[in-house]
Design a binder for this molecule. Structure first.
Ligand code: ADP
Ligand code: MG
Length: 236
């Protein structure tokens, strides 16, 4: 990380680690790329509470389970570390899939894909929306190996894993489950287990949802490494 901006108070992470960015209030104070800052600056100035609490951990590469109520800004809390992780790794077109984001519904996947395009506007990463119900699955199969970031529903992702020739995600850097409690519940058990079994274990994993998941079984299923639990109960 570059040296902290003079205005940022120093702070300590919950695990005893040290981050000079814990006290930051503004996106512009974060140790992130100018491309991401410029994307954020189109609309966003101050971080919400879940963003402030989680970004020092997610940006430092840790696994995080973040809980905060609906509408608290969880989407940016994972979009920013995804963009930064791939940007820092100098991820390019030939590197293939570096990030998979799983969302429980087409509608939510669509919304977060739009937010990705908005905030990621100045990055040269490619992102694709893979959701069920679209007819052009064959065209999608040709594109999918050239995408860096996949935003998907569990069923459609598994369909690609099973049917798309040469579908390849062995270099995956970061996995995100949005609305993780809904994705990990029984309804998606088959898809999630099948997906996880095909992903490399060495990766960063981020889970965000309205309620905190502490089920030891779920954490084992996802091979989380010493995850940081962050719960924000804003009294707004
Ligand atoms: P959640 O996933 O927690 O339900 P979202 O990420 O969908 O919440 O964000 C809810 C709304 O808040 C969105 O319209 C988003 O644009 C807005 N938002 C998120 N973060 C910020 C912020 N730091 N400043 C202002 N608005 C924000
Ligand atoms: Mg959300």
């Amino acid at each position: 990380f570059p040296p902290p901006p003079p205005s940022a108070p120093v702070g300590r992470l919950a695990d005893g680690g040290f981050s000079p960015y814990v006290g930051c209030k503004l996106f512009q104070q974060l140790p992130i790329s100018q491309k991401t800052k410029d994307g954020l600056n189109r609309k966003y100035t101050e971080m919400s509470e879940i963003q402030r609490a989680s970004l020092p951990h997610t940006l430092s590469g840790r696994d995080v389970l973040g809980a905060a109520k609906t509408g608290s800004g969880k989407t940016l809390a994972f979009i920013i570390p995804v963009l930064e992780k791939l940007y820092r790794a100098r991820w390019g077109p030939e590197d293939g899939v570096g990030c998979i984001i799983i969302s429980p519904t087409k509608e939510l996947a669509g919304q977060l894909f739009e937010e990705f395009k908005f905030v990621g506007k100045y990055h040269s990463l490619s992102a694709g929306l893979l959701i069920g119900g679209r007819k052009d699955v064959d065209a999608e199969k040709e594109r999918v190996n050239f995408l860096n970031i996949l935003v998907c529903t569990p069923g459609r992702l598994l369909q690609h894993m099973n049917e798309t020739p040469n579908f390849e995600c062995s270099e995956l850097q970061i996995l995100v489950l949005d609305e993780a409690d809904r994705i990990l519940d029984a309804g998606f058990k088959y898809e999630v287990d099948a997906i996880i079994s095909q992903l490399p274990k060495h990766r960063q994993t981020l889970l965000f949802s309205a309620t905190q998941t502490k089920s030891v079984k779920d954490l084992a299923r996802l091979s989380l490494k010493d995850p940081e639990y962050i719960s924000v109960h804003a009294e707004s």
